[in-house]
Design a binder for this molecule. Structure first.
Ligand SMILES: [Fe+2]
Length: 196
């Protein structure tokens, strides 16, 4: 049986946590913030990293993999973080990113691009003037939530391979919990965060 990494060019391999402080930071913050015992939430974020990275590579866009991994791992943490502020969970994920990277040296990339990756990734409709990197994250979320029915030009086999490597596990239960948390704290986000 092939593993996902065996089926992919090396450039699609997941960054090794030992190779980059940002990857180690992403894994540590995720572990300390996620309240879920199963692997579903983590696997969701890792699939998103791979799909976003594949889309960026397809379109010739540069974003260091460790930075893309950090963005993917924190993109939903605003839903469950107890210490970050923002009008909705997207803004709290952005605040969390800035809090945890305040003393880090980030790759040389426009900070607005990172913010857009975090704030607009759940938009279903195309966002006018969105950076191309952020639009890759936005479409990666759609690949993820359509279970690979939408792929935006990516081949079916490598997309499927990441779903196989990082199984859904308890992610449906996590999504139910996300919905309850959002309804309790910020019901407008279900409309505003997705469509506007
Ligand atoms: Fe997500």
């Amino acid at each position: 049986m092939h593993t996902a990494t065996e089926q992919h060019p090396a450039s699609y391999a997941q960054p090794d946590a030992g190779d980059s402080p940002l990857v180690a930071l992403a894994d540590a913050v995720f572990a300390s913030t996620s309240p879920y015992p199963g692997p579903g939430f983590r696997n969701h974020c890792r699939r998103l990293f791979h799909f976003a990275t594949m889309l960026m590579e397809q379109e010739g866009l540069a974003m260091p993999h460790d930075l893309a991994y950090l963005v993917a791992m924190v993109h939903d943490l605003g839903i469950v973080s107890e210490q970050d502020q923002g009008v909705n969970y997207l803004q709290r994920s952005r605040a969390l990113f800035h809090r945890i990277t305040a003393d880090q040296t980030l790759p040389d990339i426009d900070a607005d691009v990172i913010d857009e990756c975090l704030v607009y990734n759940h938009r279903v409709l195309k966002v006018p003037n969105l950076s191309r990197h952020a639009d890759c994250f936005r479409r990666a979320v759609q690949i993820e939530h359509t279970h690979g029915m939408l792929r935006f030009g990516l081949d079916k086999a490598p997309v499927r391979a990441w779903f196989d490597k990082y199984p859904r596990a308890d992610f449906d239960r996590v999504l139910v919990d996300f919905t309850w948390r959002t309804l309790r704290r910020e019901p407008k986000t279900l409309i505003d965060g997705i469509f506007h």
